[in-house]
Design a protein around this ligand. Sequence first.
Ligand code: SAH
Ligand code: F3S
Length: 433
Amino acid sequence: MSKKLFIETLGCAMNTRDTEHMIAELSEKEGYEVTGDLTDADLILINTCSVREKPVSKLFSELGIFNKKKKPDAKIGVCGCTASHLGEEIIKRAPYVSFVLGARNVSKISEVLHKDKAVEIDINYDESEFAFKDFRSSKYKAYINISIGCDKSCTFCIVPKTRGDEISIPDSLILNEVRKSVDAGAKEIFLLGQNVNNYGRRFSGEHEKVNFTELLRRISKVGGVERIRFTSPHPFHMDDEFIEEFAANPKICKSMHMPLQSGSTKVLKEMKRGYSKEWFLNRAKKLRSVCPEVSISTDIIVAFPGESDEDFEDTLDVLKEVKFEQLFSFKYSPRPQTEAEHFSDIVDEETASERLTRLQSLHTQMLDEGNAKLLGNVYRVYFEDLFQDNFVAGRSDNNIMVKVKGSDELLGEFRDVKITSIGRTVLTGEVVV
Ligand code: SAH
Ligand code: F3S
């Protein structure tokens, strides 16, 4: 009988891809099979996130629960970004943890499995770590890493410490993965990196200069690729060439993530984001003018140290002007080993909560007004998920989530769908073609 693996994935899409790779390694080399039942597992993995403090504290309470529920001889391993930044401390605080495996070391999963109390958190640049296994959790969409790590030094962010310096993966390897994914049935390619449009700055060896725009062109020419998405681009690297290719290339989905973080030029400087409020507005304006159908999502941090009422008003200003279709917003959370950890002029908790609520309410109000206009529109939807009650869900090119009545026959298919009812996160429609 095969051994059972229970794996929980927290955080970003890169963690999702790391999880796929670990599942494949454990299945091929160790004969594991995934289970959703923790109590039946022989190995329990938590693939962690450390961008904010909440998920880190949640990790320790969750570890305690997992330890009580698990089979007596089952092993628990902690992987991902929190593993990278806490290392050995995890085993000190939770001695029943068998091993700790950093975000940059996931290829070593089958090695650490056999070493009791192993802590593998080195950040090395061995090219073999680029070669991820082909296994994917979705048949319809393929997540593909194009770079690992991040070279920026945003003062609030722990990622450069946990995932290391930025290294681009040679385009020949990426194109190979794209071809294999398409052959396996995926029509959508989802490119991943912390800073995708900085692609091509540094490779681990000698390599032809290929920037992100050129990489997109090359991928879009691979037969069978119908849609390309990517996350996250950085507003600083959104030059005209990139925005124009984005607008003109029919394979690139018209959905752009533009992580603003703050609308105040003063705060952006403190964050070391490399752009001003005006730069950001100019890029968003350019994008909307060359690509009117684009939907723009963003990340915003409220209550960064030193953020005054006026600074926060600047953020609301940008929200009103850009009218983001999607917002991910967070209260600033001080992180170890970051510059901002030592900043004074902390914004009190009450003000932080109030700002977050104001920001989110304004956005919800704008969203409701915008969504009401979508009724009756027709979108080309690519179906990927089976919902309850015979609903099938998919996304439009510009990332609107739509569900229709239907069966799994629609999965992996494109259909034109007319919107018949509006919800806040999912719209309902009916297939017209
Ligand atoms: N490379 C990505 C960022 C990864 S972290 C990008 O540039 O978009 C994802 C998001 O978490 C960030 O965009 C930011 O909004 C948020 N975040 C990161 N560090 C944070 C912190 N210390 N406190 C609160 N939110 C944070
Ligand atoms: Fe973090 Fe800034 Fe890089 S948010 S991941 S340091 S671009």
